[in-house]
Ligand binder design. Structure first.
Ligand SMILES: [Zn+2]
Length: 161
C-alpha cells in the first residue's frame, strides 16, 4: 500500500500518481505502517457505521450526561451543607430526580424506546415498530430543556436560601 504525502489517500503499490490529487507517490509503506493504516481505515468505517445507529450517543449527549451528573452532585451538596428545613431541600430532591431521569435517558435511550414500543404495540396491535424522527427529536429536546430548567431552579434555590 502507498499513501499520498500530499492528501493522505491510501492506494495500490502499482500507482505512480495519486488517484485523488495527482501528486507523484513515494515508496510503498513498510509492513508496520501498512498495518497502522489498515487499523485507521477499519476504525473509521466502524465509527461511520455506528453513527448510522438510531440511538447513537452524540457529543451533545455526552455533554448533557456530564451536566446531569454535575447537577446531581450540586443538589446533593446543597442537601448536605445547605440550610435545613427549607423549601430548598424539597426542590433539590425533585431536581435530583429530574437530573437522574434525564441522565439515564440520554445515556441509555433504548430503555425509554423499549417501554414506548411495548406500550404502542400493545395498544395498536402493531409489530416491529421503529422510532419516528419526531420521537427521537422530541426526546433529545426534552433531555436538553429539562436539565437547563433544573439548573435554573437550582440557581433560584441557591440565591434565595
Ligand atoms: Zn494525493
Amino acid at each position: 500500500m502507498k499513501k499520498c504525502e500530499k492528501c493522505g489517500t491510501p492506494q495500490r503499490n502499482s500507482h505512480f500518481r495519486c488517484v485523488e490529487c495527482g501528486a507523484i507517490l513515494g515508496k510503498p509503506l513498510s509492513e508496520a505502517e501498512e498495518e497502522r493504516m489498515e487499523e485507521q481505515i477499519s476504525d473509521y468505517i466502524a465509527d461511520r457505521a455506528e453513527r448510522t445507529e438510531t440511538f447513537y450517543i452524540t457529543r451533545l449527549d455526552k455533554i448533557m450526561i456530564a451536566l446531569d451528573i454535575l447537577g446531581i452532585l450540586a443538589s446533593v451538596l446543597y442537601l448536605i451543607f445547605g440550610p435545613k428545613n427549607t423549601d430548598g431541600q424539597g426542590i433539590c430532591l425533585f431536581l435530583i430526580l429530574i437530573f437522574l431521569l434525564a441522565g439515564i435517558d440520554t445515556a441509555f435511550p433504548k430503555i425509554a424506546w423499549i417501554l414506548e414500543k411495548w406500550r404502542v404495540e400493545m395498544r395498536y396491535h402493531v409489530e416491529n415498530l421503529e422510532p419516528s424522527d419526531w420521537y427521537l427529536i422530541t426526546r433529545k429536546i426534552i433531555n436538553v430543556v429539562f436539565p437547563i430548567l433544573a439548573y435554573m431552579a437550582l440557581l433560584f434555590v441557591l440565591v434565595n436560601t
